[in-house]
Design a binder for this molecule. Structure first.
Ligand code: XIL
Length: 403
């Protein structure tokens, strides 16, 4: 039923507004087709994170209609995080998450569940307890088990992919600089990892599997788009070894999510390097997905801080952002085990970037601008999807949950 509904929606989205002509029906111009319709030609799901407040805002109907019409998979930007679900210890608030999942089902969208085991956006009672030592290792482990079991059970059978473990691994700019489980010495990220101990990843996947045998279970992280030098600072290599070890031990992990938060100030990856990284993960028997793609830019002109994004560099930034989307999307299309391509917000009107990257100010990372006007990145993505097909781009290979 769900598949039939999805197909009907996709066909409607692809052929909507077709006028009969002598040569038979002609599809609308590529730029007038939905992303979900274009991506469906290769079985790819195209998604967005959903901002619950914007979705519910009657004064901004375009946000909601674009979520519903453009995308075939959705991720709650915040509504399924621990701080949202259990703001008071022992008392769940399911309202926003329930509404989100129900809306996705109405729109024939597959849901990416985000997120279960993560050190960030924990409820205050929990992060305080971790920081001040009133919650110890065994207690945290028991709380995490209950959390995963309760949340996954509630949505059993309705979640396509769960981000079971998120951002468990340090960055090369943290201390110590060799990549490790955790983060900076003394940080909440490190305390979370230390209290739980290294086996918590395996446990988290097992608890999730026990609560939902059908969901695909993912490890999700950023800055793992391509391999580095293979040395102690190579985060992608560390994550690769981590997930390979989990699979070798029989842990029920089905996929790796590469967040894909890119910035034009850092230069670009290239398609083949990203495709190579995806292939190394999929050679382990895992699925992959891009889960949180955006491509932000500095909003100030470096040589003249008084100039904002309307300055002389805007065109260059616009093109660099489009190229960043292109690189990730092409790499994904080329791998039949790359199941979905999700953007972390689709309009600069509702994007986490300006609120998060403030100094220096960054923004302009989405496919549509703040007035819902298409940007070069959107046209690039539409073109890439329209041009993709066999033999290089093959239909997606269905991934079944393992174990
Ligand atoms: C971000 C949200 O977009 C913001 O609204 C929130 O304030 C902070 O979190 N990696 C993740 C996401 O896995 O959950 C984060 O989302 C962005 C980085």
């Amino acid at each position: 039923m769900a598949t039939a509904g999805l197909l009907a929606a996709v066909v409607a989205a692809t052929l909507g507004g077709v006028a009969a002509s002598a040569g038979g029906p002609r599809p609308p111009a590529t730029q007038d087709q939905s992303l979900r319709g274009l991506a469906a030609r290769n079985g790819l799901a195209f998604g967005t994170a959903v901002d619950a407040a914007a979705y519910a805002d009657a004064a901004d109907p375009q946000y909601r209609s674009m979520v519903d019409g453009q995308f075939s998979t959705v991720t709650a930007e915040n509504a399924m995080k621990w701080e949202s679900l259990e703001p008071t210890r022992g008392t769940y608030d399911w309202a926003a998450a329930d509404a989100f999942v129900a809306a996705a089902e109405r729109n024939h969208q597959q849901v990416r569940g985000h997120v279960l085991a993560w050190y960030s956006q924990l409820p205050g009672w929990l992060s305080t307890g971790i920081q001040d030592g009133t919650i110890d290792g065994p207690q945290l482990r028991a709380l995490l088990k209950r959390h995963i079991t309760d949340v996954v059970s509630r949505y059993r059978g309705r979640i396509w992919q769960w981000d079971v473990v998120n951002e468990a691994v340090s960055d090369p700019w943290e201390t110590p600089s060799a990549i490790h489980l955790g983060g900076d010495t003394g940080s909440l990220k490190q305390k979370f990892a230390d209290l739980l101990g290294p086996d918590y990843l395996a446990d988290a996947f097992r608890w999730a599997r026990a609560a939902d045998p059908k969901a695909l279970l993912f490890y999700n992280d950023y800055n793992i788009e391509a391999f580095g030098d293979g040395g102690p600072g190579d985060k992608t290599r560390f994550v690769y070894d981590l997930v390979r070890g989990l699979r070798a031990r029989g842990v029920p992990i089905d996929g790796v999510g590469s967040q894909g938060h890119l910035s034009t100030q850092y230069g670009n990856y290239d398609v083949l390097a990203v495709a190579d990284a995806l292939q190394r993960f999929t050679d382990l028997g895992l699925a992959v997905a891009f889960t949180e793609v955006d491509a932000r830019s500095l909003l100030k002109n470096a040589s003249d801080p008084a100039l904002d994004a309307a300055g002389a560099d805007l065109n260059a930034r616009d093109q660099a952002a489009a190229y960043n989307y292109h690189v990730l999307l092409q790499a994904c299309l080329m791998n039949p085990h790359c199941l979905s391509f999700t953007v972390w917000g689709f309009t600069d009107k509702h994007s986490w970037i300006p609120g998060w990257f403030k100094s220096p100010p960054e923004g302009a990372g989405c496919l549509w601008d703040a007035n819902y006007q298409p940007k070069k990145a959107l046209r690039t993505v539409q073109g890439d999807l329209a041009a993709a097909g066999p033999p290089l781009v093959r239909p997606r290979a269905p991934q079944k949950p393992r174990r």
